[in-house]
Design a protein around this ligand. Structure first.
Ligand SMILES: [Zn+2]
Length: 106
């Protein structure tokens, strides 16, 4: 959160924090429904491509919704990875860091 506050002007930070953060969590499902239901063209394939991906744990084939309620997100070496569950997040992050360390050794 400190990094977030440092990169934005104080006026914007104050505006953002004037809203209840719980409201964002509660409205997320409604906003996704509105986005998918009230569109002029059938954008389902596009949204699926943007929102559905395979778990970033290399040993898991699970398809999942990016930033979905059950998905886990981790920032590793400046890149955002999405995992289907907490177990995959732990294992996947360890594997990514292990591969990075291995690549740095040679
Ligand atoms: Zn997984």
């Amino acid at each position: 959160m400190a990094l977030f506050s440092q990169n934005l002007p104080q006026v914007l930070v104050n505006e953002i924090f004037s809203y209840n953060p719980l409201h964002r969590v509660c409205m997320k499902e409604v906003m996704v429904d509105l986005l998918l239901d009230h569109h002029k063209w059938n954008m389902a394939p596009v949204f699926n491509e943007l929102m559905i991906q395979e778990c970033d744990n290399e040993y898991c084939d699970e398809l999942m919704i990016k930033n979905g309620e059950e998905s886990q997100c981790a920032l590793i070496f400046g890149k955002r990875y999405h995992f289907c569950c907490e177990n995959c997040a732990g294992q996947g992050e360890w594997n990514i860091r292990y591969d990075y360390r291995k690549a740095m050794r040679s």
